[in-house]
Ligand binder design. Structure first.
Ligand SMILES: NC(=O)c1ccc[n+]([C@@H]2O[C@H](COP(=O)([O-])OP(=O)(O)OC[C@H]3O[C@@H](n4cnc5c(N)ncnc54)[C@H](O)[C@@H]3O)[C@@H](O)[C@H]2O)c1
Length: 306
C-alpha cells in the first residue's frame, strides 16, 4: 500500500531536478501524477519533451502518469494543468509549484526582461497554477487537498545577484501565507519548501568556484533529498500542518521562522514618536532582533538522529 494511493498530483517543472524526484516518489507511493515541464534551459528559453520522458519512466515502473508541456507562467498554462489532471485521472488533490528558472545578475546589470521572466515563472507561476486548483476544490468540495510551494533562502535570507529571484521567492512565502488562510476552510493545506539540492541550477555555481561535483556529492546532496519531505506533506498524516516553511537539503529537515514582532515599545496614550526618542529605542530593537537571530542560530544546529 502506498502512502498516496488514490491521490492525483500535479508537479510543475517535473522533467528534471527536484520536481522529477518528487514525481517519481509520489508515483511510487501510489499517486497518479501529471508531469509538467516546459523543458527549456535554466534561463527559461527554449522547450523540450522531458515531461513525456518522466511520465514514460513512471508508467514503465508500473505507475500512472500524464505529461503536460505548458508554461506555468501563463494563466492558460496554469489552467491546463487542472485540465490534464481531470481529463487523464478524473480529478486533482495535490499541486506542487516547483518549476523555476534563474537569470542571476546584480541590480546594475539586471534588465527588465531578466526581472520579468523570473517573476513570471516563479511568482506569477504560483498564481497561475494555484488559482484554478483553488476554485476547483471550492466548487467540487474536494477535501484533503494540498499545495506545496517553492521558496528559497535566496528570498528568505537574501543572496547577491538574485534581486529578481529573491523577490519572487520571498513573494512566494507571502503568497503561501495568504493561501493557507484562504483555503483552510476547504481543508487544503498550503506549505512552503526552502530546498537545497545539487541540480543544474546549483551545480554551475560550484563549477564557477572550481569545485568538482562527484557522484558522492550527488548521492548526499542531490534533489532526491527533497522529495520525501514534499511527499510526506501530501499524506493524510500531514492534514494538520499548514502555513509552514520547511527547509530541507542533504539529509537535513528543519523548520523556518515566520516574520513576527520580536520586541516593541509604545508611547503613553499612543503619543507620537520623536526622532530623539528613536535615537534611544531603535538600537534596542535592533539588539533584540540580533538576540533572536543568535538564539535561532543555536537552536537550529541539526540534531543527529539514529
Ligand atoms: N536546487 C536548489 O538548491 C534550489 C534552492 C532553492 C530553491 N530551489 C527551487 O526549487 C525548484 C526546482 O529547482 P531545481 O533545482 O530542480 O531546478 P531545475 O532547473 O533542475 O528544474 C526546474 C524545472 O522547471 C522547468 N521550468 C522552467 N520554467 C518553466 C515553465 N515556465 N513552465 C514549466 N516548467 C518550467 C524547467 O524546464 C526545469 O525542468 C525551483 O523553483 C527552484 O527555484 C532550488
Amino acid at each position: 500500500m502506498g502512502r498516496l494511493d488514490g491521490k492525483i498530483a500535479v508537479v510543475t517543472g517535473a522533467g528534471r531536478g527536484i520536481g522529477r524526484e518528487i514525481a517519481l516518489l509520489m508515483a511510487s507511493e501510489g499517486a497518479k501524477v501529471v508531469v509538467n515541464d516546459l523543458g527549456g534551459a535554466t534561463d527559461g528559453t527554449g522547450g523540450g519533451t522531458i515531461a513525456q520522458e518522466v511520465a514514460d519512466e513512471i508508467v514503465a515502473a508500473g505507475g500512472e502518469a500524464a505529461a503536460n508541456t505548458q508554461s506555468v507562467a501563463t494563466v492558460e498554462g496554469g489552467a491546463s494543468l487542472l485540465a490534464t489532471a481531470v481529463e487523464s485521472f478524473g480529478g486533482m488533490d495535490i499541486l506542487v509549484n516547483n518549476a523555476g528558472i534563474l537569470r542571476d545578475k546584480s541590480i546594475f546589470n539586471m534588465e527588465e526582461s531578466d526581472w520579468d521572466a523570473v517573476l513570471a515563472v516563479h511568482l506569477k507561476g504560483h498564481y497561475c497554477c494555484s488559482r484554478p486548483f483553488a476554485k476547483y476544490l471550492r466548487e467540487t468540495g474536494r477535501t484533503g487537498c494540498r499545495i506545496i510551494n517553492f521558496s528559497s533562502v535566496s528570498g528568505l535570507f537574501g543572496n547577491f545577484g538574485q534581486a529578481n529571484y529573491g523577490a519572487a521567492k520571498a513573494g512566494i512565502a507571502g503568497f503561501s501565507r495568504v493561501l493557507s488562510i484562504e483555503l483552510a476552510k476547504y481543508g487544503c493545506t498550503v506549505n512552503t519548501i526552502s530546498p537545497g539540492a545539487l541540480t543544474r541550477m546549483t551545480i554551475p555555481l560550484r563549477d564557477a568556484r572550481g569545485e568538482e561535483t562527484t557522484q558522492q556529492d550527488l548521492d548526499t546532496g542531490g534533489p532526491q533529498h527533497i522529495a520525501p519531505v514534499v511527499a510526506w506533506l501530501c499524506t493524510d498524516e500531514a492534514a494538520g500542518i499548514s502555513n509552514q516553511i520547511i527547509h530541507c537539503a542533504s539529509g537535513l529537515v528543519g523548520i523556518m521562522q515566520q516574520p513576527a514582532i520580536i520586541k516593541s515599545f509604545r508611547k503613553p496614550d499612543q503619543g507620537l514618536w520623536t526622532l530623539d526618542d528613536l535615537d534611544d529605542y531603535m538600537p534596542q530593537l535592533v539588539e533584540a532582533r540580533q538576540a533572536n537571530v543568535d538564539a535561532a542560530q543555536q537552536s537550529s544546529a541539526a540534531v543527529e538522529i539514529a
